[in-house]
Design a protein around this ligand. Structure first.
Ligand code: ADP
Ligand code: MG
Length: 247
């Protein structure tokens, strides 16, 4: 099917009298890496929450493969191929990395009755593949609760990928990471995009990283979209420099 994979069409979100997102339109194309930037409080997380179904728009429409998903439940959207990572990770700290990924795969495949079975070798190949993709094969037997921040984020990535998504939404995927950990996340994102043609929409504090990997950048400021284009265009925009890069 042609046209954007995910389309936010003049979406607004108010919290009481406060309008956090105001008539923002964003179209995510198949296989695109789209970076979402803007100062603190600009509405980036709110926009991702609208895209993932965690929040419902006050007005406007959201379409996935051309069909409206405004009002759909996040679980339903995960099953239809929209995965997101949260700033707070939804992993089980007292289970190992392998067990966390196995549960994600089982949930995706509707194997919930098997949760209580001795897991043994179930889905071993699939788990190994996912851990390889996020460069965590060497940490497979570690307890999730004992992982460093960067490793936890990568586990979260593996859990998101277990759903075989066509769209991945990431809210500050490198928050709290060291330079080396960031480089691995960038590598994982690029690899995912190159190999699977997955569409990515992500927010990030690290502007250099966004300009380095995004094919297109959307800039929010006080809930409004002030720029949308190729990195070079966005960087050159006087409005963007004024409200954001010139801070
Ligand atoms: P960003 O991710 O760009 O830093 P957010 O989307 O988190 O910004 O927040 C945008 C604005 O909306 C902020 O002013 C924030 O305080 C406000 N906001 C976000 N979520 C809520 C909420 N649940 N209730 C009230 N205000 C909120
Ligand atoms: Mg945020």
């Amino acid at each position: 099917m042609s046209g954007p994979v995910l389309e936010l069409d003049r979406v607004s979100k108010s919290f009481g009298a406060f309008r956090a997102v105001s008539k923002v339109s964003v179209a995510l194309e198949k296989g695109e890496i789209l970076g979402l930037i803007g100062p603190n409080g600009a509405g980036k997380s709110t926009l991702l929450n609208l895209a993932s179904g965690a929040l419902h728009p006050t007005s406007g429409d959201i379409r996935y493969h051309g069909r409206s998903i405004a009002g759909a439940h996040p679980h339903a959207l995960v099953h239809r191929g929209i995965a997101r990572s949260f700033q707070i990770t939804a992993i089980f700290p007292r289970l190992t990395v392998v067990e966390n990924v196995r549960i994600a795969l089982m949930a995706r495949r509707g194997l919930c009755r098997d949760f209580l079975r001795p897991a043994g070798k179930m889905l071993k190949t699939e788990i190994a593949t996912l851990l390889e993709r996020v460069r965590m094969s060497d940490r497979a037997e570690r307890y999730a609760g004992e992982l460093a921040a960067g490793d936890r984020k990568r586990l979260e990535f593996a859990i998101a990928l277990a759903g075989d998504p066509s769209v991945v939404l990431l809210d500050e995927p490198t928050a709290g990471m060291s330079g080396a950990e960031r480089a691995v996340v960038v590598e994982v994102i690029m690899d995912l995009n190159a190999r699977e043609g997955v569409s990515l929409l992500f927010t990030e504090h690290d502007i250099d990283m966004v300009f380095a990997i995004a094919q297109r950048i959307v800039v929010l400021h006080q809930g409004e979209k002030i720029a949308d284009g190729a990195p070079t265009e966005v960087r050159a925009s006087p409005r963007v420099q004024e409200v954001y890069l010139g801070e």
